[in-house]
Design a protein around this ligand. Structure first.
Ligand SMILES: [Zn+2]
Length: 464
């Protein structure tokens, strides 16, 4: 039940300046929190077709929907990556518009309707073929999300109507039919991971554009070949002996022939079954597209000093460990992996590094989950690099007078600044800065161009 691209094609140009009114009654409830919105994947559901007295039921419906979602793989394996919020806004009337078998129109907040584009179960909000006004539907969703959860990652509407229906797209919609949890779990595959429908039911006019789990390529070169055993025939006969293996099965993307899917069955084909391995992989990649596993790091700055030979520098990262598998951690110095440095803490002494120059400390975090075999853009990897300057005092060369100016040079390191400072007597409590120049990796000149007066003492300070 996906009509995202069609909606985009039909209504690709939408006004953005509109600010809906009638926001006064909306409230937000936190259904589930695992951390700050800036560091989690934020799922947001909005109430459609709930009257004021029905809004408590909306919170129950969201809770039930989320409980179903976060207990099925792969969502269950990353359940602590998610926050869930509910935005309650009352509709004047209950339910949603219907045109079959008889026309029954109700006054709801987002003006949702079944029977979109001639399909009864296709449940959408404007702009659509029933109401072309963006401000009646999408515009209100955008405004509420901006008001309450601007850091949302996935948003959807729970539609208080017991008829079976839903849609994916920019925002997913799911009715409160007895299958509502399953509808939402199917539609979120579209909305969050851009998965396609794997069923064959014709949908004339739908763009024939491949999704991660649909293809016209019935060869070993198929994009999910990492999941296909060498012994499996391609294309793959859809017979019971192949029901549990990945392959290239004909029938997908609203076509019975010429289009292919990765497995005999999948939640993107049939409600109530598990996501196939390829769809689960795309979901996990989407999690890491929205969330980075390194949640905090110390030192916070990329460039910093490291003192003399006896000193020690400590590094630390906080990572978001999923509930059922660990994240691999490896520390490196100057590109070389350090043995047994595989925890979130790392320490090094200056003596282990080259003095008077920058050294690089790197940590790499990787989720080696079995859900993912193909990760072309390394979404399951995260790297953090620190560059540290190991102090030996910066070497001052060629101090001299040039006319009335006093000038000197220092051997510099790129990425750090060099500050010429003076005192008139060594008993002065502080140094006064004269000139700051960035390091180049070579010799950098520093000059006192102002009046010098009597004796001055100079030094050069290095700062990140
Ligand atoms: Zn699938």
């Amino acid at each position: 039940m996906k009509r995202r691209w069609l909606l985009w094609l039909l209504f690709g140009v939408v006004p953005t300046a509109f600010v809906p009114t009638l926001l006064g009654q909306a409230t937000m409830t936190t259904i589930r929190t695992n951390g700050p919105t800036s560091a989690r994947i934020n799922l947001v559901y909005l109430a459609e077709g709930y009257t004021t007295v029905q809004l408590p039921q909306f919170l129950v419906d969201v809770t039930n929907t989320m409980n179903k979602l976060l207990t099925i793989p792969p969502w269950s394996s990353y359940s602590n990556y998610f926050n869930v919020f509910a935005i309650s806004v009352a509709s004047v009337q209950s339910g949603s518009d219907h045109y079959t078998p008889t026309t029954n129109l109700v006054n709801t907040y987002f003006n949702s309707t079944f029977d979109s584009y001639g399909t009864q179960r296709l449940l959408t909000i404007p702009p659509n073929d029933r109401d072309g006004n963006y401000n009646d539907g999408y515009g209100k969703v955008v405004a509420l999300l901006q008001q309450f959860v601007p850091e949302y990652d996935v948003a959807g509407l729970i539609v208080n109507d017991t008829v079976y229906g839903g849609s994916g797209g920019q925002y997913l919609l799911a009715s409160v039919n007895s299958a509502s949890g399953e509808i939402a779990n199917h539609e979120i595959g579209h909305t969050f991971a851009k998965l396609g429908d794997e069923y064959s039911t014709a949908y004339p006019g739908y763009p024939d554009v491949e999704e991660p789990n649909t293809t016209t390529n019935a060869t070993r070169g198929v994009k999910w070949n990492d999941w296909i055993l060498p012994a499996t025939l391609v294309p793959t006969p859809d017979v019971s002996s192949n029901y549990t293996v990945e392959g290239v099965f004909e029938g997908a993307h609203y076509h019975a022939t010429g289009w292919y899917r990765p497995k005999h069955d999948c939640k993107m084909r049939t409600l109530g079954v598990a996501y196939c391995e390829v769809c689960a992989q795309e979901l996990v990649l989407s999690y890491y597209n929205a969330l980075r596993p390194i949640q905090a790091k110390s030192p916070a700055a990329t460039n910093f000093f490291f003192g003399g030979p006896g000193t020690m520098a400590a590094f630390n990262i906080a990572i978001l460990k999923p509930p059922t598998n660990s994240l691999a951690v490896q520390w490196f110095t100057n590109g070389v992996a350090v043995g047994f440095a595989t925890t979130t803490n790392f320490a090094i002494t200056a003596a282990q590094l080259a003095p008077g120059t920058t050294n690089e400390v790197k940590v790499v975090v990787h989720d080696a989950t079995g859900y993912v075999r193909t990760d072309p853009t390394s979404k399951l990897w995260q790297t953090n690099i620190w560059r540290q300057f190991v102090m030996g005092a910066p070497a001052i060369t060629n101090p001299r007078w040039t006319g009335t100016n006093f000038t000197l040079a220092v051997a510099s390191v790129a990425g750090f600044n060099y500050v010429l400072e003076f005192k008139n007597t060594l008993t002065d409590p502080s140094w006064t800065a004269i000139q700051t120049n960035p390091g180049t990796g070579g010799s950098v000149a520093l000059t006192n161009t102002g009046p010098v007066g009597s004796n001055r003492f100079y030094h050069v300070r290095v700062q990140p």
